[in-house]
Design a protein around this ligand. Structure first.
Ligand SMILES: Cc1cc2nc3c(=O)[nH]c(=O)nc-3n(C[C@H](O)[C@H](O)[C@H](O)COP(=O)(O)O)c2cc1C
Length: 168
């Protein structure tokens, strides 16, 4: 049985890659981990702890991540849950904190989730859809702003906390 579920939702793979790195760090800490697309999660009961991450699109979370939190709210409330979102790109992306969309903040409060982490995103002309974002993706907002040392450090903190709070 896996101890930790890392569920992710995005459109262009950037958030999935963050989830995979988080899983790698948790495994390095000796924790069994499953990484799943949020859309494929049917049950969280097998997991002692859950991490849910979404890409930000137009200030919103991906519907698949929202559904996961909504449909499993009660079960998530009975286990430690960490949330992260990925999005900020450009010169001001480093260290930027984005508040949870209101609906997600309410869900997070009901689940009693840990404070949400914001990670930079990746925006390239290839991943941007729509004219506006294609233009954005060819300017200073273009690039990969995912800060791997920060992501790894956060995952190590999650791993430590899981080890303290959960009997495996
Ligand atoms: C159409 C569009 C809308 C976006 N909206 C936001 C936003 O509201 N806030 C934000 O921080 N990033 C926003 N971004 C940046 C994405 O969140 C970023 O590219 C992220 O890494 C995408 O993750 P994914 O590859 O998993 O889909 C947007 C990107 C696009 C193309």
């Amino acid at each position: 049985m896996a101890a930790v579920l890392v569920a992710h939702a995005g459109k262009s793979g950037g958030t999935r890659e963050i989830a995979e790195v988080i899983a790698e760090v948790l495994r390095e800490a000796g924790l069994p981990v499953d990484v799943r697309d949020a859309a494929d999660v049917t049950d969280v009961e097998p997991y002692a702890a859950v991490v849910v991450g979404s890409a930000l699109y137009r200030r919103r979370w991906m519907p698949e991540a929202v559904s996961l939190l909504t449909e499993h709210e009660e079960a998530l409330g009975r286990r430690p849950v960490w949330l992260f979102h990925s999005g900020p790109c450009g010169p001001l992306a480093a260290g930027k904190r984005v508040s949870l969309p209101v609906g997600i903040a309410l869900l997070a409060a009901r689940i009693d989730a840990e404070r949400t982490a914001t990670f930079g995103g990746r925006l390239t002309p290839a991943t941007a859809r729509g004219l506006f974002w294609k233009v954005m993706a060819s300017g200073p907002w273009a690039g990969d702003f995912r800060d791997w040392p920060t992501i790894r450090a956060w995952a190590r903190d999650v791993g430590r906390s899981v080890r303290i709070r959960v009997t495996l």
